[in-house]
Ligand binder design. Structure first.
Ligand SMILES: NC(=O)c1ccc[n+]([C@@H]2O[C@H](COP(=O)([O-])OP(=O)(O)OC[C@H]3O[C@@H](n4cnc5c(N)ncnc54)[C@H](O)[C@@H]3O)[C@@H](O)[C@H]2O)c1
Length: 441
């Protein structure tokens, strides 16, 4: 048995005795390398090549042979697959430890569950899921493996130092007691409906595997032409800007407020289109109090909907993706990489606030992908965006889409994952899958 396999088995058996990997063999010794598979090799997958190149890339999977070939050039030793189910079924033969997944979003919760069920560490590109029910299965599986495996969702902006600075300001009371927080994103990509049939898929593309668990749609080359902005607005393939920039921007908000699942959700936006998720939409949520703040209201605005600016001289539209925090003493406006504090009132002297000293600043996260790789080798290490944090966060945003479809304020029971005041809304919590694709396989 190889050393890493021994270590994982020991952890999974609850032995709780982990030897620091660098202690015996050196961090980069061959015996300490992970056997990694990359699923979804082109597009965003390429952004992961350098991070996984420090490990042993044992397998590559892509439905597009041309994109697979690019990965093979970089990792010639890897075994290749077109169907991720086959790859994951072969995990023992491959000696796999870990999986990085960069496929389109409608595969994410499936692959996350399949990895967890096979005791494989998993780095999943955002969003973790595209339905409330999917987010909940992944989180439930993860909670049985927490501390024994490593997970991370691709919200890499979390490593920007501004995330820590914003959190410190909120925790330390720079705007007094936190009351509400609103995140927004301004992308607007409009589509009328699923694309019309146009020709046959090229021989190098397995479009049926691309569709995967989602209902069959006619082939159109546009779907596969240029990355996630070509397909993520369709209900069967994504969750629109909620799954896209919503994941990144809500992370800036969630990181500062220590939220749990909301108890209510309410949303409005573009007229409902059964094919395409709304462009303009706003959703509003209520969260219970926690140990350091009272009850909290949060909102997500997209596609032109915006929170009201706290001051006429601040144009929030100049920030493409940002968060406005409101407290009892002022506002904090944040983009991904900077922020500004606006105290209220005539005095506005901020004498209520004592900034923390430099030695108390939250430590830098370091390299986001490396944090996960380190945790794969020592699962007692925490990752910033594990499947619990990210699962809760995306469940909230996806619940916003349920409220948008239901057209009324929903009362939500996070313990059972059910809408309690509008039974018909529960039909929107999940989605339909094709035969042969098991969400929790
Ligand atoms: N973290 C970030 O900042 C960031 C940035 C861009 C994209 N993303 C995410 O990365 C993912 C991929 O986005 P993209 O823009 O690269 O999309 P894409 O359409 O270019 O697809 C990526 C790759 O996956 C392959 N693929 C498609 N279906 C597959 C399947 N069933 N099995 C294996 N491979 C499959 C494609 O052929 C392609 O090579 C999305 O989930 C997106 O949200 C994250």
């Amino acid at each position: 048995m190889q050393r890493r396999e021994f270590m994982r088995n020991a952890a999974l058996a609850g032995a709780g005795l982990l030897i620091a990997p660098s202690g015996l063999f050196g961090a980069n010794a061959p015996s300490n390398k992970l056997n990694i598979a990359l699923i979804g090799v082109g597009g965003r997958g390429r952004a992961h090549y350098d991070s996984i190149a420090t490990e042993n890339v044992a397998a590559l999977c892509d439905v597009n042979e041309e994109r697979l070939a690019i990965g093979v050039k970089r990792f010639p030793q890897a075994k290749t697959y077109s169907d991720w189910r086959k790859l994951l079924d072969d995990h023992k033969t491959l000696g796999l430890d870990a999986v990085v997944c960069c496929t389109p979003d409608h595969h994410h919760a499936f692959i996350a569950n399949w990895c967890l069920n096979r005791n494989l560490h998993c780095y999943m590109e955002k969003p973790l899921a595209i339905s409330v029910a999917e987010a909940r299965t992944v989180r439930a599986n993860w909670l049985t493996k927490k501390g024994k495996l490593a997970t991370q969702v691709g919200m890499q902006r979390h490593a920007l130092s501004n995330f820590n600075r914003v959190r410190e300001l909120i925790l330390d009371g720079a705007i007094g007691e936190l009351k509400s927080a609103s995140a927004w994103g301004n992308r607007q990509i409009r589509r009328d409906g699923y694309l019309p049939a146009q020709g046959e898929p090229p021989k190098t593309l397995n479009f049926d595997l691309w569709l995967g668990p989602s209902p069959v749609h006619a082939f159109n080359p546009e779907y596969v032409a240029g990355g996630c902005l070509k397909w993520n607005m369709f209900w069967d393939f994504g969750a629109g800007q909620i799954g896209d920039m919503g994941s990144h921007t809500m992370d800036l908000l969630w990181n500062a407020v220590d939220a749990t699942l909301p108890t209510s959700a309410e949303a409005k936006g573009d007229k409902f289109n059964p094919d395409v998720t709304p462009v303009e939409c706003e959703s509003h949520f209520e969260h219970p109090a926690n140990s350091w703040r009272g009850p909290l209201k949060t909102s997500w605005y997209q596609g032109g909907a915006m929170p009201k600016s706290p001051k006429e001289f601040i144009d929030l539209n100049k920030i493409d993706h940002g968060v406005l925090f409101k407290g009892s003493q002022g506002f904090l406006v944040a983009s991904f990489d900077t922020h500004v504090v606006l105290p209220y009132g005539k005095e506005a002297d901020m004498s209520y606030y004592k900034p923390r000293t430099k030695d108390k600043l939250l430590p830098p996260l370091g390299h986001f992908q490396q944090q996960w790789i380190d945790a794969c080798k020592n699962p007692s290490l925490k990752t910033a965006c594990d499947f619990e944090y990210s699962g809760n966060m995306i469940e909230q945003l996806l619940l916003g889409l349920v409220a948008y479809r239901a057209g009324k304020k929903l009362a939500y029971d996070g313990a059972t994952g059910q809408v309690t005041n509008c039974p018909e809304a529960n039909a929107f919590l999940g989605r339909k899958y094709r035969d042969g694709w098991a969400l929790n396989g």
